[in-house]
Unconditional design. Structure first.
Length: 120
């Protein structure tokens, strides 16, 4: 009887622990994202569904802006010498999502894209 109770408790604990791990999306903070003429670095990120991601974003050359309608990021100005934290929650659906520059900053403006690859 006692042994059965212990076995049930252990099994319950194991299940609840596994469930908690699976249900709690990770938070990743402190990814450095830099803008320059005319690229973002890194230009690709791999994240997981539901993960909260905090980017430390800044420009190291010129004025730029970051936006992502895919990820619900409103326009954030990126100016030299100033770091801005940009937080987003990765979508639950795996796939590729995009952030891009939202300030006409010169001839390479259109190539300023960050691919956010959400992988289960
Ligand atoms: Cu631009």
């Amino acid at each position: 009887m006692f042994r059965t109770l212990i076995a049930v408790l252990v099994a319950t604990f194991a299940l609840s622990t596994a469930g908690a791990l699976a249900d709690t999306p990770a938070t990743t903070t402190g990814i450095e994202l830099t803008a320059s003429n005319w690229q973002f670095s890194p230009s690709a990120l791999v994240v997981h569904p539901g993960e909260t991601v905090v980017l430390h974003a800044k420009s190291i050359e010129g004025a730029h802006a970051l936006i992502s309608t895919d990820l619900g990021i409103k326009t954030v100005m990126l100016l030299p010498g100033k770091t801005v934290d940009v937080t987003f929650v990765a979508p639950s659906k795996p796939g590729k999502y995009y952030m891009h520059c939202h300030l006409p900053c010169g001839p390479g403006h259109d190539s300023m894209v960050v691919v956010v690859d959400v992988q289960a």
